[in-house]
Design a protein around this ligand. Structure first.
Ligand code: THU
Length: 128
């Protein structure tokens, strides 16, 4: 977990957030133990901006993994912010409800959650 925490802190510094000035770093740990970092990438056309967590999940999927074992998110606020609703749903696609979500800030303040408490009753597609 130490590796993922370090990666999330490190990648926060690469966030491209000139509009919100709210840099976010994320790291997801895959089943293999590999750590996939992501930072938010904003756009002058604001709705095209991407959250750090979604970039991290994209990296994991692109590398061929399908299961998230842990999530770390670093935001500039105190207390540390939790993932937005959209990111919770994206994480739920690849993670179980008991998956740890560790929220931190650069000062090292930390709050720990389980994905299922952040997004109870996540949407799952059931086709007839
Ligand atoms: N942001 C994330 O990267 N992850 C979240 O879970 C919440 C918000 C980003 C989006 C935007 O670039 C900035 O933080 C302010 O909303």
């Amino acid at each position: 977990m130490k590796k993922a925490i370090e990666a999330a802190h490190r990648v926060q510094q690469n966030a491209y957030a000139p509009y919100s000035r709210f840099p976010v770093g994320a790291a997801v740990v895959g089943e293999s133990g590999r750590v996939y970092p992501g930072a938010n990438v904003e756009n002058a056309a604001y709705p095209l901006s991407r959250c750090a967590e979604q970039i991290a999940v994209g990296g994991m999927v692109a590398a061929g993994e399908r299961k998230i074992r842990a999530v770390v998110v670093v935001t500039p606020t105190s207390p540390p912010a939790t993932p937005c609703g959209a990111c919770r749903q994206v994480l739920a696609e690849f993670a179980d409800p008991d998956t740890p979500v560790i929220c931190r800030n650069p000062e090292g303040e930390e709050r720990r959650y389980r994905l299922g408490e952040l997004l109870p009753e996540a949407f799952r597609l059931k086709t007839p």
